[in-house]
Design a protein around this ligand. Sequence first.
Ligand code: AMP
Length: 310
Amino acid sequence: MEPEVIRDKDSMRKWSRAMRSQGKTIGLVPTMGYLHEGHLSLVRQSLTLTDVTVVSIYVNPGQFSPTEDLSTYPSDFSGDLAKLAAISGGKVVVFNPKNLYDYGGETKKINDGGGGGGRVVSCVEEGGLGHETWIRVERLEKGLCGKSRPVFFRGVATIVTKLFNIVEPDVAVFGKKDYQQWRIIQRMVRDLDFGIEIVGSDIARERDGLAMSSRNVRLSDEERQRALSISRSLAMAKASVAEGKTSCAELKDMIIQQVVESAGRVDYVEIVDQETLEGVEEIKSGVVICVAAWFGTVRLIDNIEIDVSF
Ligand code: AMP
């Protein structure tokens, strides 16, 4: 049976509170839709941890800059519902709001740069919406994807806060595919005392190793083949560490070389501490190797955790 769809935030909050009053625990899986097995694995995990799970499907304009791919972000709402209908093991509802930045009333055009007076804006400011409150996780948001996408994590932290306030979940499940995002949300929840448990879920991959992503559909067959250089080089780097290679410069060079040889345009390859996300030169404790690279017009990210005990 297809899941119930809730379209507005007041009904969503009412539903959650009704569940809570029946003694049920609530899980939340925030998504931007065009669901794939990666998203579904988060939903299954949430269902093992809580009585009912809310899957939000909302493409958040607050995390896209006006030059990014908001308008071409793929969607297939009926397909998403069918995939969720096939999941067993507990009750799922879908929260699919129209615009979480529209507060009704007269909308004054505000386009002053946002983000504390900087010049960068998201599609929220561009749309002239009156929203002006943003959450920033100041240090963790700066590196990795934050360098080339300066409004991205402010948009993510803000929309996740809004979803937390609307859904009031006990547990929220995020994919480690977006490693920096997961760490930022964990830190935000700690720093702002949200009473919500944040769970990080392993990366779901295609059979050939490509990390699942809604954006993969925009790769041509040839680009998709070439994009395998990301997951392949990450796996090789992990194997090299197991064989004793600990120099991050050498490991990063190896990955960059493989991606470039496959005609990928590297945004970054970084080896960082798993918690602080600060760069390391020599692997001595747990790290994560993070890659972002363009194939054609599609920017892909992937990572691999390396736990070591030297
Ligand atoms: P998105 O719809 O891309 O915003 O992703 C929604 C959630 O699904 C985020 O927590 C992502 O990290 C997670 N996710 C996306 N792709 C994967 C994947 N391949 N494996 C695990 N989680 C994923």
